[in-house]
Ligand binder design. Structure first.
Ligand SMILES: Nc1ncnc2c1ncn2[C@@H]1O[C@H](COP(=O)(O)OP(=O)(O)O)[C@@H](O)[C@H]1O
Ligand SMILES: [Mg+2]
Length: 379
């Protein structure tokens, strides 16, 4: 009899065992850890509502042996982070915020160890770089039509050749983000200074008109400060009140383990900017409103459906190309004035979406998919 009771308790414990998700980031001397603290506390709160134990785990505290780890909990009452002991995680959600931190040998070693450790599932192994994304998406006939022509920018000759085909180009750092280092190049052969180079500064762009390709190349080299770049066919984006706009899709795996759209937002470029980023004078808008204004009701509806299906195809191909299991990504998509959809980039660590409905869904999906993974593992 006694024995039976003990068994029941044990089973009860197993059944009530909460799934554990650790948000992985890197330690920081001045502020305990790096990363977006609001995002982390939102994740902790949402995770709790979904019956998870959630904490912030630094690379330093991540030890793959052992059953307990030191982690940070957010105390809402005191609005402070506290170091506590937590159970070893079932899921590790990689939110290391900077590429350079993720590339540190010690960090890479631990990420690799996580990928090989059957006790834990790592969500989002690393950042993408823009060149790999294009290589992967070119490999499939399904995704190729959405990719602007893209080359690595390595020589003056190569750039010259590309300009013969495309008189409008975007030059972008391979590991760039938030518009940093982006330039556009327009060839206007009839002009005395035929090469018009625009460089993204804080909220505006600076223009250089160059008379020869050698002068142009020297200027580009000077501005690109040793970074590796891609040169990409420029797309004439659809516009609203003479401001260009593009779409931001958030694609995540859902409670059935399938890729799903969590939401699509739109960004209107600042009047003086060559990108649509909000910190560069861009603004958030409703995709339907912008598309209806540019293309009319019927076409706008079709375009939104197409943007959704295209985002899913692209996410699947990126996952295939990367050779790793992924959980989420955001995507920048352009719509040209003829209503074609173009892929610009995907981010493996999406920034917070400011649209409240997308934001809410994005947090929930992490735990819905997380539960799916934990259930599959226990089978
Ligand atoms: N080939 C292109 N044609 C037209 N616009 C582009 C192109 N590439 C980028 N853009 C614009 O610049 C923005 C930033 O480019 P993106 O590749 O997303 O770089 P970042 O990593 O800096 O965000 C895009 O959201 C889009 O508005
Ligand atoms: Mg972008």
């Amino acid at each position: 009899m006694e024995c039976e009771v003990q068994d029941e308790t044990a089973i009860g414990e197993i059944q009530s065992k909460k799934p554990v998700l650790a948000i992985l980031t890197i330690e920081d001397d001045a502020q305990l850890f790096r990363g977006n603290r609001t995002n982390f506390s939102d994740l902790i709160l949402t995770g709790r509502e979904h019956g998870f134990i959630v904490y912030v785990l630094t690379v330093k505290h991540l030890k793959l042996s052992g059953n307990q780890l030191n982690g940070f909990n957010y105390d809402h009452a005191t609005e402070s982070w506290q170091l506590q002991k937590f159970p070893f995680p079932d899921l590790i959600y990689n939110r290391i915020p900077l590429r350079e931190d993720e590339l540190l040998p010690g960090v890479r070693r631990k990420i690799r160890a996580c990928l090989h450790n059957p006790r834990v599932t790592l969500f989002n192994p690393s950042f993408f770089n823009k060149w790999s994304l294009f290589k992967w998406l070119r490999q499939s006939r399904v995704t190729r039509p959405f990719i602007p022509t893209t080359r690595r920018m390595v020589s003056r000759q190569g750039l010259g050749k590309m300009m013969i085909k495309h008189n409008f180009l975007y030059l972008k750092p391979i590991s760039g983000k938030a518009g940093k280092g982006i330039m556009t190049l327009r060839l206007q052969p009839e002009k005395q200074f035929p090469y018009k180079l625009k460089i993204q500064a804080d909220k505006k762009s600076i223009t250089y008109n160059c008379g020869s390709i050698t002068k142009l190349w020297n200027r580009i080299k000077k501005e690109s400060t040793g970074e590796r770049y891609i040169a990409q066919q420029g797309i004439q984006l659809a516009s609203f009140n003479e401001r260009c706009f593009d779409l931001r899709a958030l694609v995540q795996k859902n409670q059935r383990g399938q890729w799903d759209i969590s939401g699509i937002g739109a960004r209107l470029a600042g009047t003086l900017s060559i990108t649509t980023h909000v910190p560069r004078g861009g603004s958030i808008d409703d995709p339907e409103r912008l598309l209806v204004s540019a293309f009319g009701q019927e076409e706008a509806r079709k375009l939104l459906v197409k943007a959704r299906s295209t985002s899913l195809l692209i996410a699947k191909q990126i996952e295939r190309g990367s050779g790793q299991s992924l959980v989420e990504m955001s995507m920048d998509l352009g719509v040209d004035s003829d209503g074609n959809i173009w892929f610009f980039e995907a981010n493996a660590k999406p920034m917070k979406f400011d649209e409240p409905d997308i934001r809410k869904r994005s947090l929930e999906r992490i735990f819905q998919y997380g539960r799916f993974v934990v259930k599959m593992k226990s089978k």
